[in-house]
Structures are given as structure tokens and as C-alpha cells.
Write a protein that binds this ligand. Sequence first.
Ligand SMILES: [Zn+2]
Length: 60
Amino acid sequence: MAQWCETCDRSVEGSTCEVCGATLGDTPREPLPKKWVFFIAVTIIYLIYRIYQLITWLAH
Ligand SMILES: [Zn+2]
């Protein structure tokens, strides 16, 4: 199934343009949104803090 490369303005056989290397398809993979990276980072820091609190509590 032929795809259309917007960058080169030409039809492309397959899912990758051999001229510019762009990946073509109906659902292009988007990178992880920055807000999710931030959310995951905050969650990990919070969990480390809770584990640290637990260890401190157990030490008593
Ligand atoms: Zn292209």
C-alpha cells in the first residue's frame, strides 16, 4: 500500500520514506508527553520518600 510523504511531496512504497527517512502511517508514534514524564518523575520521588520514611520508622 503506497503512502504519501508530505515532506518530499511524493508517493512512498512501504511505511518509511527512503528519501527523507520519515515514518508514514495512519497512526504515527508520538513521543511521551512532557507532562507524563514530569508526573512519573514526581511519583517515583514520592515513592522513594515514602520508602525512606518507612525505613526510618522501622529503625526506631
Ligand atoms: Zn520523504
